[in-house]
Design a protein around this ligand. Sequence first.
Ligand SMILES: N[C@@H](CCC(=O)N[C@@H](CS)C(=O)NCC(=O)O)C(=O)O
Length: 212
Amino acid sequence: MIALRAKNIDFDVTYIDLRDKPDWFLKISPHGKVPVLQVDGVTLFESNAIAEYLDETVAPRLHPEDALERARHRAWTDFIPDFAGALNGITYSQSRQEMEKALAAAPAKLSRVDYALETLKKDGGPYFGGDRLCLVDAAYAPFLQRFKLADEILKTGLISQFPRIQAWSDALLANATITGAVAPNFLEEFYKNLERRETWAWQVKQAAQAAK
Ligand SMILES: N[C@@H](CCC(=O)N[C@@H](CS)C(=O)NCC(=O)O)C(=O)O
């Protein structure tokens, strides 16, 4: 969605209830996951494949022009499962103990991204590749966006331990191309998801509300 928006591409979006996936969706999504993109009757899946297809076919280019730099960007996009896993492990933990364990494990992953921001960032940022939004930004932003919400409740201060990631996150989450790429009921659904998954974050949120 971020890549589509960054390139001003006309598109229709259908949101899927992932707890009740429609048959038509299960037929086109090989592993039953979102996102999928349909182009001229062809279905693409996997965020990175979709983003790269869009990048190769519609201007402006979001990946670096230089092949070596592009490969490094791709590598950092491939690191997403580690990064997202570290943040999601905290967000969706179900007890204080589980949350603290995930919190203790996260810096090992975040410090890698912090290092990448230090070594790859050109022209002082604010984005991963310099002053223009790139595909690495588009790939990491959704996880930073959700973690920010969770951490408003959990108050771990994790991201602030990594000033470069903090600055990056602040820049990404101040960008309307990114913040506008979520469903209209995103906030409500995010909190409902915390509740459904019986997360520690939800318990903390409830306790804070009860104490008011
Ligand atoms: N590697 C895939 C991961 C996609 C993914 O995990 N999607 C999640 C939502 S963010 C999903 O559809 N989960 C539903 C499920 O696993 O049933 C990608 O980047 O497209």
